[in-house]
Design a protein around this ligand. Sequence first.
Ligand code: 3IO
Length: 339
Amino acid sequence: MNKKIGLSIAIIIAALIVPVCFHSAVHAGPIKLSYANFPPAPTFPCVQMERWKTEVEKRTNGKVVINTFPGGTLLGAKNMMDGVIMGQADIGCLCMAYQPGRFSVTNATSLPLGLPNAEVSSQVLWELYKAYKPKAFDKVKVLTMFTTAPSNIMSKKPVRSLQDLKGLNLRASGGAAQILKAWGANQVGMPMSATPEALQKGVVEGLFSSLEVLKDFKFAEMCRYVTMTDTVIYPFAVVMNKSAWNALPDGVKKVMGDLAAEQCKWTGTYMDNHVNESLAWSKKNHNLEVIQLPESDQTVMKQQLAPLVTDWKTKAKEKGLPADAIVNDIKKFKKQFGG
Ligand code: 3IO
């Protein structure tokens, strides 16, 4: 065959096939969704993200493919919600404590109300969301919610008394930050993802959060002391862009909808178990000391937290929120889930 004719035929065939390929990629290929997360891959928000991805891909028989972006590679801690609303990612995982005024209703779960562990508090948060459907989430589809385990103090120097806390630079956000303030610590606000550098540089001398970070961020290398307070959880939400959600087939929507409460409980249970693993690892590898405060200090500290609930109610009422009902419901759901 003449070379020129051969080439022409090849071009014609390519011209016919290529559009067909693109066409089928749009219509018959898997639905691809991006999922952004702010902390590094080994941390619990990303562990739950991978579990959700695996379950969705399995339960939709490969009809949906989720591409995960841990470590703030697609969206960061503070622009997660807006980034998802604008469609920079289809799905995003956010910590509500980083924008306390924005998520007033759901952030009430980080008042000092004695939520005992992540399994109970994650389910309390999800029930609260379903009961109030807060306006803050109107522009997105909420896929699930969960919380950390209760917060404790991790520090470079030992905190053996309430006095040791006075003026100590400790990192926290949202409701947890209010609690540190009430105890007289010098609260420094920043997302968890900024904390490793702040600890290294000495900007903070410790942090107030759930203890699985001792292992997952290797904070036990720098913070050899834990002072138990078991006070307050951090609430998280996984949200999806509204148009991306609306474009999903009903079957896929059902899979994701059915997974919501299950994922919430799974993450809570994973978190509680992982806190224990992290403590054991930190004691074994970094000689971590766990400190209990004197009872007299514990009593004073509890009293110092009481005004936080009253203050929150006053502010929430100013915003037109049913503050008493929200707090009562948190207490009711806590009992309901065995807390
Ligand atoms: C957290 C956030 C990212 C990765 C691991 C984490 N463990 C506990 C939190 C809670 C939180 O957001 C914070 O700022 O303490």
